[in-house]
Design a protein around this ligand. Structure first.
Ligand SMILES: [Zn+2]
Length: 106
């Protein structure tokens, strides 16, 4: 196979992709019109926000946002970290209710 307009190393890269088990995706794709419009229809994507740590008491992986009254006890921006009010924050383990303090990181 000869590829016009490609230098030798680009040509080798292309040959490698074509010879690989999956081949060159662009050449192999033969989706019908209806399949294409289906893949373009938007679906919902949901933000997932958590504040994860390991409880020093029960050792469980916990999401501090599951703790009782987290947002009533604290006033942070989503993702806030390395600010004065996100250091040494008193939290309660949602699993065993152990109280401890954390520094928030992102
Ligand atoms: Zn715990």
């Amino acid at each position: 196979m000869v590829f016009k307009g490609l230098n030798k190393s680009a040509e080798n890269e292309l040959k490698k992709i074509i010879d690989s088990p999956g081949g060159l995706p662009l050449i192999k794709t033969t989706k019908s019109e209806s399949e294409l419009s289906l893949t373009r229809r938007p679906i919902n994507a949901t933000w997932s926000i958590s504040l994860d740590c390991n409880c020093p008491e029960c050792k469980e992986d916990i999401d501090l946002l599951d703790g009782p009254d987290f947002w009533e006890m604290h006033d942070f921006e989503i993702g806030e970290h390395e600010t004065k009010r996100t250091q040494n924050v008193e939290v309660i383990c949602p699993n065993c209710e152990h109280e401890f303090s954390v520094n928030l990181s992102y």
